[in-house]
Design a protein. Sequence first.
Length: 418
Amino acid sequence: YETLCDAQRSQLTSVQRSIARPSSMTKLASLGIDAEAEISENVVRCMNELGKSLNDTLETIMVEAMARDLVHDLYRPNKERIDLASVLSGTVDDVAAVSNLTRFPLITRPSPLPMFYFDPQLLRYLHRQALSNACKYGKIGGSVLTEITFDDKHNTLEINVINMPGQYHDRLVAMGPKAEERVFFKGYRIHDRFINDTDSILTKKTESTQLPGDGGWVMQKMARMMKGECKIKFLESKTVFTLSISAKPYESEKIRTPTDVKTFRLPPEIWGIGIDDSRIQQKLLAKFFEFAGISSEKIKVFGKDSEEIMGFVDFVVNFMNEHMGSQILLIADENLEMTDGASNHITVSGSALVESIRSRLLPEQERDLIALIRSANDSASDVAVYKARAHGFLPKAPIKKANVLETLAPLWLARYPP
């Protein structure tokens, strides 16, 4: 994150210096261009690019963590209310970033689709793998269509990814059902076998060095996790990958609690306390608290230096002693990087800090605290540790105002049942 910030800061400074030169100012003025407005536009552009870079980095970390857990049967779906077309459109944009967006059309039937209750990461990753395979094994430069169909009579959802024929397609068609089954065998790469048959050089990979998403077997694992299945058809004029799953609109799938998640609100006098070692994440934490409805004067975010990290436990305990009866939402980053007196880098566990805080509070104080651990690269066993030390786990994902309360609601209701 800090490297990305430094790169953008350097670029912005260079632009500002260029514009600020007298010759540049004169030239801009002669063209009727406001130099200050030009600088402001460049600030906005750089910040937008930085935001996208940060989101892309975070997305990569989360995908790698999920892929690892999927392979070892540790992944547990994290369902939420989603707009399926928007979720998969994001995947199309990722794949199409280096290509022509018109290559990857997406259509839905009906249009628009209803909202669903799924794990967006699972669907996004599966769709990304289907698109990647379509580009890799289909016609070079050919279009890849995503077709989403919802049958409300039978409550079934079908996602088709369709590509034009690529190399060896005629051999796949000739193999018939045998090829369609073997695509989903673990460790089986049918195209590699064709290459081998034609005496091309084939680099063999052990299972441990294969990327988890290289095989259809991982996609089948993801489909079964959603109580569905994957199929593929090699037809004369195209290849059709299909994900079929049972699905009901969100209204019939939503969490059954006396409190409606849509109308959930935090108590008006609650405090928001957070800690993160990244300056960018500190600002995002403050925004998260704001989006949750906490007033700015009741938000405190720490982690700018080693002193704040090491003094965090004492601060929170003292703060709660001074504010008896006040409820506190505490969010701590799990991996807090700092340096000691000898300039050695040390990683402090945020969940360990929270555990220490809880151990020093009186029972009635601890009841006023809801502490969440925020992290991105985590296995199921990691999350279990966080939940044992704190009151819940908050995945580190891009913060969207519309989703903050919806994310907090189940965690709050689990801590304070109606």
